[in-house]
Write a protein that binds this ligand. Structure first.
Ligand code: R5P
Length: 306
């Protein structure tokens, strides 16, 4: 890395908090991109920088509306490249479209590949994302890519305790087994998983089986994202039915859709801790927001060193 990085906060909802956190950790002053919508609905971005010859880091989380955020991230990178910055990195704490990482029904696209290739087309050199749905999706990005795994960090900073013999870490689906194992190994707990099936047309989920004994245990469900809360609500109620004492959850991303907190409480969940990759408000005693900037700053320094 040559020179101090220029840190640019892209004008997408939720980028400010993490952008400022990263700027603090790196000891730099953030620069803010401006946004406006043209009368016809198109997006306009402007960001004025004095290129000091060092790299630029754009922080752009892909909050709702996701397609607009993806485009705003690309326009921000392009605006910097137009001003002569050749070494531009993108921090996309939440990478939208990450869950459509394969063709589930004939006729579908691989949306995450499209998103990553579109980002790469702006000339962005390196990309830092947080807890991708499937880590290997990053291989579709041709530059340097880093996938930060924050779940052990979030769990350690949450009020939930992982006690050997009393707590079990559970993935709500087969696809997340490796995630549960990673967290359990780091924290020294038991782990297991549920087998979830999603109806690919209606989106409805059901739990078909479980490879875990939760009788009398505290359970911490770990997942990449809480969107509608359907997966988490179902997993929590099933685990309570199977004799779990209390059920908590830890996720990297919480989309904060209306009514999801109520759904999770009604399902019997005792609390959820998630990263600050997206804009949502914490709720005392139920929704805990964990600042990921220290963890991401370390990963970003590594990416900038190359
Ligand atoms: C699924 O494979 C993911 O890991 C999440 O469990 C899921 O996407 C969460 O979505 P929702 O909250 O809508 O059930």
């Amino acid at each position: 890395m040559s020179g101090e990085p220029l840190l640019v906060v892209a004008p997408t909802p939720g980028s400010g908090e993490l952008g400022e956190g990263l700027a603090r950790e790196l000891g730099v002053e953030p620069v803010y991109g401006e946004f406006k919508e043209f009368p016809d609905g198109e997006e306009y971005v402007r960001v004025r920088v004095d290129s000091g010859g060092g790299p630029a880091v754009v922080v752009a989380t892909m909050s709702r509306p996701q397609s607009r955020s993806l485009l705003v991230a690309m326009l921000t990178v392009d605006a910097l490249r137009e001003q002569g910055m050749n070494e531009v990195y993108l921090v996309a704490p939440y990478l939208a479209y990450a869950r459509q990482d394969r063709v589930f029904l004939p006729g579908e696209p691989v949306s995450v590949r499209v998103a990553l290739q579109a980002l790469a087309s702006t000339g962005v050199r390196g990309l830092l994302v947080v807890e991708l749905h499937r880590a290997d999706s990053l291989s579709w990005f041709p530059g340097d890519g880093v996938n930060v795994r924050p779940l052990p960090f979030i769990l350690r900073r949450s009020g939930f305790k992982c006690r050997r013999g009393e707590t079990v870490i559970v993935s709500p689906d087969l696809g997340g087994r490796q995630r549960a194992e990673l967290v359990a190994r780091r924290l020294g707990c038991e782990w297991g998983y549920l087998v979830k099936k999603r109806d690919r047309v209606t989106g409805e989920v059901r739990i078909e089986a479980a490879d875990v004994d939760v009788e009398g245990m505290d359970v911490i469900i770990v997942d990449d994202i809480v969107s509608t809360g359907g997966t988490l609500a179902l997993a929590a109620s099933q685990l309570l039915e199977r004799g779990a004492r209390r059920v908590y959850a830890v996720a990297a991303h919480y989309l904060g859709l209306p009514g999801v907190d109520g759904k999770l409480r009604r399902a019997g969940l005792s609390g959820l801790a998630a990263g600050n990759t997206l804009p949502w408000n914490p709720q005392a005693g139920f929704l805990e927001r964990v600042d990921l900037s220290p963890l991401m700053a370390e990963a970003l320094k590594g990416l900038l060193r190359g």
